[in-house]
Write a new protein. Sequence first.
Length: 454
Amino acid sequence: MKIYKLIFWILLGTTNALFSQIKVQQIVSHEEHSETEHAGPTVCLGPAERIAVQERINKAVRDMKNDGLLDRVFPQNQRAMPPLLQWPLRQSDKFNDPGYYAISNYVDLDPTLNNVLDYNGLNQTYDGHNGIDIRVWPYWWKKMDDSHVEVVAAADGIIIFKQDGFNDQSCSFNGNSWNAVFLLHADGSITWYGHLKQNSTTVKDSGDVVTVGEYLGVVGSSGNSTNPHLHLECYDNLGNRVEPFAGPSNPTTANSWWANQLPYYDTGVNKIATHFAAPVTPSCPGIETPNEKDYFLPRDSIFFTASIRHSLTADSARVQAIQPNGVVSTLLNTTYQRTGSFFTRSVQPLWGRKLPNNAMAGKWTFRVTYYSQTYGTSITNHTFWVAQPCTPNLALGGIHNVNNYFQASNSITSNAEINLGVHVVYDAENYTILGGGFIAPTGSKLEIKTTGCN
């Protein structure tokens, strides 16, 4: 007899229970249809701090060159051309969302006051902006609090200097200092990584070498910032500001500095989710409450969201709830197409529903099929469960031949057999007992939770 009370992964090693995966998830935790668009930018670096940063960079780089550090670190054959940049963000090991960012602003290439021009000849920037802003999304403040999105070196380099310890809860232009890392590359070009989370910067320091993809910090909102995002700024070996995206209106470079340049409209689905209530977004810098939930009972309210980056009115999505038997449910089977301005940086449509009394128990799929003008068709799936009615104590036997979710406010005792390829969840608040008759062969999946009927 095995009794389970904790949240963990184990491999069952008894004669009858062969290598069944036991997984317990933390359930942490908006028809009315609604969507949220997000506020515009502010200046990323104040004039006084920009001057101070530039002076410090100039001195440090001069010292490194006089010391011969570049010659010692980088072979001569790497010194002629600027590096091809890799993407400067990644999700931390704890997360695996389909997407996690949206480009907010490019470099302003129009030198005249009160006029803007991005590399593609349009206006996805703001007056005087010297870099690229990449927001984390959805739930940017929660992402920062969870250290969800890490900043990494876009190319091999040497740390010129870093600064840290400054407040990362900025919501406005305030003149405060930012947390940042500055890198010198083989050809003498320089990249800046700004607005990092307080006390998150790399343990390495000035003069230390970093390799492409190496951790530099966590995306935050330090300095002049309205929300958590990375500000990436690039300079060539003569100190000229460079917009790394090549395009028809970019005079700073004829060739892209990116190893793989993203399309101008980088449309995609960052996340889809189910919720027990609409997500709550407090005033800045309050941390959002997603109210996500993946298990429900018949008659429960359920909310579906799709977090879309770089949404175009020419794009559309098919949004469906698919029952355990593979049949699309009338609960949710609709088309989403945003109205309004042709482009928006990020949007999160919401669908609220109520599960019927006879909702089929088992594993459901929330599916979003997105039709993008940029990338074509993509499909994103999210699993949620409709559980069997909750009882205080539950004794199970026989054969589990379909995916199912069982709940109990106290305990579950099972002597059942799980068929090959079947996924079953036991959710008992106090304990789960797997008796001597329990069988879970390789290829089946048992998930044990301690949520109970909450």
